[in-house]
Design a binder for this molecule. Structure first.
Ligand code: NDP
Length: 392
């Protein structure tokens, strides 16, 4: 039975470790490593099965290689930060181990994420007979699988896609982010971008918004257009798509705080020289904000993330919506994390399960929509993220 090495003991790492521990027939031995080993031990202490822990700085290739050589896992699950993607992929190539992550690479000094750097690893992974699965979280991740499932079962062509991410939960804090604050704020303050008629259209950050009526009692909420990484891979892999957009909800309080922080320069990512030291304002802000992990017991309400798809079937137009609703308090009861970490960690475990059981196999670098959606959709229903589909 395979061993797995999880790197990153944050909010998502906690959920992945819990969920892998729930599936002993696939994940026989689990090793959790992070920069701060104490965080790994704290997570291990929540779980009845033995979880081994280790310390690693995943920015340092030799440290990664010696850890992987010692553990000898069948798969490395990278749930550290996007900055570490390439060093962990390099370490997997050097040691001959498969790779999975939930967010695409982003250079630390520039708020720009793109699959291009990781797609460049396709040939080396092919040559080594290894598989890398990119973006196995919720969005990206489940949203990509939703699109592949729609195309496989309900559409001959997909023309328009709107991915809509709603967090209708409330943590009661004036300002906090539900996942790593630095990564979250870099993403939200970036310029908006969507795909239309073969070209990318740019907007000012969060400048385009509209109302969307969410199902199952969540009701109408304002959604804001943003650029998100799965748009890059889906527009490449879904032939004929004419328009693809990503939308997210934000509370008025979040947006007001963000505007002030941006106006005063606190979201800058370039170093500022202050009293003899260089300080990156956004990193300093992260140190002041609540740790997303601490929001678990405070957060109430639900998330609703789904895909609205338009296209044709048998020559007729068709409109389809597929979504998951996840309850923050139920997630906390199960794995002691709120639903944002839960909705990311469960698909990471399922992606790993797909690879380790051979349901998803191949040599090279893969985005989720390139693989058969059926076993993954089935696993979502069985591992805590059931989905609903409707024709509109
Ligand atoms: P956290 O900040 O809570 O956790 C990140 C963890 O990685 C921390 O434990 C941190 O350790 C560790 N880490 C950071 N740098 C290093 C390093 N150099 N070496 C070893 N460990 C390191 O983030 P989240 O858990 O919220 O997010 C994890 C990942 O999931 C991110 O890449 C994020 O973008 C992605 N994500 C994906 C989503 C999706 O739907 N696809 C949604 C949400 C998140 P330490 O605390 O010691 O610094």
């Amino acid at each position: 039975m395979p061993d797995v090495l999880i790197i990153g003991a944050g909010g998502v790492g906690q959920v992945v470790t819990h969920k892998c521990a729930q599936v002993p027939e696939v994940f026989e031995r689990i090793v959790l490593a992070s920069r701060t080993e104490e965080k790994c031990r704290r997570i291990a202490g929540q779980i009845r099965r033995p979880i081994e822990t280790a310390r690693v700085d995943a920015d340092k290739l030799p440290e990664l290689v010696s850890l992987i050589e010692r553990v000898r896992p069948a798969l490395v699950i990278n749930v550290a930060l996007p900055y570490q993607d390439l060093s962990i992929m390099d370490a997997c190539l050097q040691t001959g181990v498969d790779y999975l992550d939930t967010a695409n690479y982003e250079p630390r000094e520039e708020a720009r994420f793109s699959y291009s750097w990781q797609w460049d690893y396709d040939q080396p992974f092919r040559n080594a007979g290894l598989m890398a699965l990119l973006g196995s979280g919720f969005d990206p991740g489940v949203t990509n699988v939703f699109v592949a499932y729609a195309l496989k079962h309900h559409f001959d062509t997909i023309e328009e896609l709107d991915i809509i991410d709603c967090n209708a939960g409330d943590h009661g804090q004036p300002f906090a982010t539900n996942f790593n604050p630095e990564i979250n704020i870099r993403e939200v303050t970036a310029r908006g971008r969507y795909f239309e008629n073969g070209a990318w259209v740019e907007t000012d950050p969060l400048a385009v918004s509209r109302e969307f009526d969410f199902p199952e009692g969540i009701g109408p909420r304002r959604i804001y257009l943003m650029y998100h990484e799965e748009l890059e891979s889906l527009t490449r892999h879904i032939a004929g798509i004419r328009r693809a957009r990503f939308w997210m909800t934000f509370s008025d309080s979040y947006l007001t705080h963000l505007e002030v922080l941006r106006n005063v320069g606190m979201t800058r990512i370039d170093p500022v020289h202050y009293q003899g030291v260089d300080i990156v304002p956004l990193q300093f802000l992260k140190a002041l904000l609540p740790d997303p992990g601490s929001l678990g017991p405070l957060t109430k309400g639900r998330t609703c993330i789904g895909c609205l798809v338009s296209g044709t079937r048998d020559g007729r137009p068709r409109r389809y919506y597929v979504y998951n609703i996840c309850d923050h308090e139920a997630a906390y009861r199960e794995v002691q994390s709120q639903a944002i970490s839960y909705t990311t960690g469960v698909p990471a475990m399922i992606g790993a399960k797909m690879m380790l059981t051979g349901a998803w196999r191949g040599n090279g670098v893969f985005n989720m929509e390139q693989l058969d959606p059926d076993p993954f959709m089935d696993a979502l229903n069985r591992h805590g993220l059931p989905w609903t589909e409707t024709f509109l």
